[in-house]
Design a protein around this ligand. Structure first.
Ligand code: UDX
Ligand code: ADP
Length: 463
């Protein structure tokens, strides 16, 4: 089957960049990204390319090149479904906040709505691709809805998980480590796999395109994220031990990372991992394991989350303790709010939880993040429902420049590893702060000895 039209439901962090790259690399395929959120679609269509809703290095150029040529953003979901041969489902799958599996299982409400809509609209055979991370065996549920509520047309369900990391999405999409496509073993299933393989073959070498059965593909995505998160919790556990023993976690990470069996990546101790995937996917894994009665397996993976929560709390506790056991009415400056550098995404960012702890201690938090607005900071805190929105607004101060954010501050906490933080005029910052001036480097990115030479009291993670 020659693919000429693709539709993607969900214009978010996954759908937007992924489809932009497919459109750029496959000029003969018309790619339409649809979303119910009108504001989001309007932003994707904004003539000023700086206003597209997702910040990713290099994404603006790709959107500029393809938009209007073969890349379209629209709220007309039904039309796009009707026309497409391949439909990607890229909607959000948050952790359930109610009922059975609350706080652990993925909420498949949005996925199910998509499946029902596809079934209602489709008048010819379609390939439906799961792009969102989903619990194992979701494809089965999607298939059941499509087959039972459809118009008698054939649906093939593929699992094609996304492995891009935010901040490097464009590079990850252009040069992926692998593309994973899971499908049915029937000849129809194999044809669907081949059709999708052909799309990716426009720019991905054949050796990097892996085809499996649907369940392996679904489980591989959860497992890849669980392994990555586990490495961070492992090095963070070691960071606490380093602080007690006089070892330096950066040196330990380098020493163990040179073992080619371990490898050097993803061994950076930090204030804790965030992002929309790691915690959600592990909770999902834990839930699935428990539902099969595999309690030891569930406990094993849950420990990764427990360690991560501990690391965030340990960071805020240390700030309070170091500032003479009280931060009440003290201005504490946060450098960074995003869950990592080069993204405006703040989902599950450690900054939210550290701020929440410090506000409980009556601190005033002055946030400076080059890509995150005050509105977003407050929305993140309000979402926790620890206190009223007006109490959050009273506790969070926002400034347009990092220097204003630091004036009269008692301490600076680095929550995101933005490169620009390293370049700041730290003498100027020091001069404007209360003394002693503390820096808590939750990302180990600043030059500790240089800051100490200026007069700061500097504390990194794990040394
Ligand atoms: C992750 C996976 O990397 C990606 O393959 C998957 O598709 C989605 O989930 P993402 O969450 O975007 O991507 O970012 P990632 O770079 O993995 O970072 C996650 C968190 O871990 C961030 O908060 C980051 O700061 C933190 N981290 C990462 C560390 O604390 N130390 C490290 O060594 C690496
Ligand atoms: P992700 O990180 O998985 O891409 P996002 O939350 O950034 O998640 O994006 C998911 C998008 O999916 C949101 O913009 C949301 O409005 C959209 N969405 C959810 N359900 C539907 C639906 N039934 N039809 C169209 N769009 C939807």
């Amino acid at each position: 089957m020659k693919i000429t039209k693709i539709c993607c439901i969900g214009a978010g962090y996954v759908g937007g960049p992924t489809m932009a790259v497919i459109a750029q690399k496959c000029p003969e395929i018309q790619v339409t990204v649809v979303d119910l959120n009108e504001e989001r679609i309007a932003a994707w269509n904004d003539e000023n390319i700086n206003n597209i809703p997702i910040y990713e290095p290099g994404l603006d150029k790709i959107v500029l090149e393809a938009r209007g040529r073969n890349l379209f953003f629209s709220t007309d979901v039904e039309k796009a479904i009707d026309e497409a041969q391949i439909i990607f489902i890229s909607v959000n799958t948050p952790t359930k906040t109610y009922g059975k599996g609350k706080g652990m299982a993925a909420d498949l409400k949005y996925i199910e709505l998509c499946a029902r809509q596809i079934a209602r609209v489709a008048k010819d055979n379609k390939i439906v691709v799961e792009k969102s991370t989903l619990p194992v065996r979701t494809a089965e549920a999607i298939k059941s809805i499509l087959d039972n509520t459809g118009n008698g047309v054939q649906f093939q369900i593929l699992s094609n998980p996304e492995f891009l990391a935010e901040g490097t999405a464009v590079q990850d999409l252009l040069n992926p480590d692998r593309i994973l496509i899971g499908g049915d073993s029937s000849s129809e299933g194999q044809k669907a796999i081949e059709a999708l393989v052909e799309v990716y073959s426009n720019w991905v070498p054949a050796v990097k395109i892996l085809t499996t059965n649907v369940w392996s593909s679904e489980l591989s995505k959860l497992t890849a994220n669980a392994f990555l998160a586990q490495r961070i919790s492992s090095i963070n556990a070691v960071s606490e031990l380093c602080e007690k023993t006089g070892a330096d976690v950066n040196e330990v990470a380098k020493a163990i990372g040179m073992d080619s069996r371990i490898g050097s990546k993803f061994l950076k101790a930090s204030v804790g991992f965030g992002g929309s995937c790691f915690q959600k996917d592990i909770l999902n894994l834990v839930y699935i394991a428990k539902s099969y009665g595999l309690n030891e397996v569930a406990d094993y993976w849950e420990q990764v989350i427990i360690m991560n929560d501990h690391q965030k709390r340990r960071f805020s506790n240390n700030i309070v303790q170091t500032l003479y056991n009280t931060v009440s009415d003290k201005k504490i400056t946060f450098f960074g709010w995003a869950f990592k550098k080069d993204t405006n995404d703040t989902r599950e960012s450690a900054a939210i939880y550290v701020a929440d702890d410090l506000i409980n201690e009556n601190a005033k938090i002055a946030v400076y993040d080059p890509k995150v607005s005050r509105k977003k900071v407050l929305a993140d805190l309000d979402y926790l429902e620890t206190r009223t929105a007006s109490a959050n607004a009273d506790s969070v101060l926002s400034f347009d420049t990092p220097y204003d954010a630091c004036a009269n501050s008692h301490a600076i906490a680095v929550l995101t590893e933005w490169d620009e933080f390293i370049q700041y005029d730290w003498q100027k910052i020091y001069d404007s702060m209360q003394k002693p001036a503390f820096v808590f480097d939750g990302r180990n990115v600043l030059n500790g000895p240089a800051l100490e030479a200026i007069g700061f009291v500097y504390q990194g993670i794990g040394s």
